[in-house]
Design a binder for this molecule. Structure first.
Ligand code: PLP
Length: 347
């Protein structure tokens, strides 16, 4: 890892919205909506990790929206994986369709749709945990002239650097593992090419999508411990996935660490998120999420505290009614399993 994260010095929290011209000339910063010192420092660190030009956004959805607004045009088909983050699909189908974009959903474990002008990949997908063959999918999309963005929120650049696999863009909800403490909302998009970063910068400026100084300061605090947190929560998730798989109240478990050979070609660990289906339908899933005590019954993932929730409340029939999504945090793995085992026994 080029940047030695633990050694990063925490910068001053500069909340200025405007900076004076120098002899009438623009300095490094002029107006916070364009750029500010904490965005620039976050982008330096993240760009170094990703091997590209990073831009900070107000949240993951702002980064995703910025990319679509910058690089898609009316008539384009945008391909988004089934079982991936639901709002990426909704952004295209419910909002940007009014501007002539078309959503095509596809199974990312196979090739991307030929008609797509812009392809999203999401390893490991939220909440179904599928994993694409990145090199093959990206090469196929490029052969047809499509652009490819990889949402690597679940893995972070500690485990996967999509630009090294020829993706055009890498994107993250920094609200999750990069932030890691459930106390900030931010997004980041990194570009393989400088000219794309310039274009995205212009879109961010005009649509007002930049992340603010306070969460950027917290993000820089968090990045120092990122590798430790990613490795620890991934190891715990794998342990819990294995234990869940053997439990009689559990019908199925989704986690690439349980033998996904394609995923294992790309990463040595699989992130904090897993999902599983309990026997007994939606009522059983709802009872289980409420019975957990150490694991918080809340949405989101990638924080120090483990979280669990039934996903159908958000995604309706896009997911199995008894699907629970669990994010392993930094607690003791044995205590987390005891909490789950007790909750499963009460079903
Ligand atoms: N990408 C993925 C994979 C996500 O899970 C999420 C949010 O859950 C987002 C993007 C959007 O991020 P944010 O909530 O920071 O806008």
């Amino acid at each position: 890892m080029e940047t030695r994260l633990a050694e990063l010095r925490q910068p001053v929290l500069d909340r200025a919205t405007t900076w004076p011209y120098k002899d009438g000339e623009l300095g490094s910063f002029a107006y916070q909506r364009y750029d500010h010192p904490l965005a620039a420092e976050s982008e330096r660190v993240l760009g170094d990790l990703e091997g590209g030009r990073a831009l900070l956004f107000s949240c993951g959805m702002a980064a995703i929206s910025g990319l679509v607004l910058a690089f898609c045009k009316p008539g384009d088909a945008v391909a988004v994986p089934f079982g991936a983050y639901v709002s990426t699909s909704h952004l295209i189908s419910d909002e940007l369709s009014r501007f002539g974009l078309r959503l095509v959903e596809f199974d990312q474990t196979g090739p991307p749709p030929e008609e797509a002008a812009f392809v999203w990949l999401e390893p490991c997908s939220n909440p179904m945990l599928s994993f694409p063959d990145l090199d093959d999918s990206i090469a196929r999309a490029h052969e047809r002239g499509a652009l490819v963005a990889v949402d690597a929120t679940m893995l972070t650049p500690v485990l996967l650097r999509p630009l090294e696999h020829a993706a055009d863009f890498s994107v993250h909800s920094a609200t999750k593992l990069l932030g890691g403490h459930h106390d900030l909302v931010l997004g980041v998009a990194s570009c393989a090419r400088d000219e794309d970063a310039e274009r995205l910068f212009q879109v961010r400026r005009l649509f007002g999508l930049i992340g603010s100084p306070d969460p950027a300061w917290l993000l820089l605090r968090s990045l120092k411990t990122l590798p430790l947190r990613v490795e620890r929560s991934s190891a715990t998730a794998l342990e819990l996935a294995r234990q869940l798989q053997d439990h009689p109240a559990v019908e199925s478990v989704n986690y690439p660490g349980l033998g996904d050979a394609v995923a294992a070609r790309y990463v040595h660990a699989f992130g904090p998120l897993l999902s599983f289906v309990v026997r007994g339908g939606a009522a059983a899933a709802e009872a289980l999420e409420r019975s957990c005590e150490l694991i918080e019954n809340a949405t989101s993932f990638g924080g120090a505290r483990s979280t669990i929730e039934s996903r159908s409340r958000w995604e309706g029939d896009r997911v199995p009614p008894a699907l629970l999504r669990l994010s392993a945090g930094l607690e003791d793995a044995g205590e987390l399993w005891s909490d789950l085992e007790r909750a499963l026994a009460s079903l």
